[in-house]
Design a protein around this ligand. Sequence first.
Ligand code: ZN
Length: 91
Amino acid sequence: MSKACTKCGKEKPLDKFDFKHRVAKNGTHHFYGMCRKCRNAKIMEWHKKNPKKVTLAQQKYAENNREKLIGLLQDSREVISDLLKYISDKE
Ligand SMILES: [Zn+2]
């Protein structure tokens, strides 16, 4: 299985795409339109443009997710993706 990235247009295997945590009614995963590389680039760009928003969101996130952050070292990937979701929810 592969799909074309909406940003770079390259056909890539599905493991190069992040999937959304929400699962469709038929049990399949929803994948992001952009490949992981493009998505990361977009997120980094957004961080550069919105440093204040990022700091604020991080502070709020830390207040609301103290226990999760304690487990940061155990699974930093999960926390970071949650954090990014939290930020994008505020947009
Ligand atoms: Zn791409």
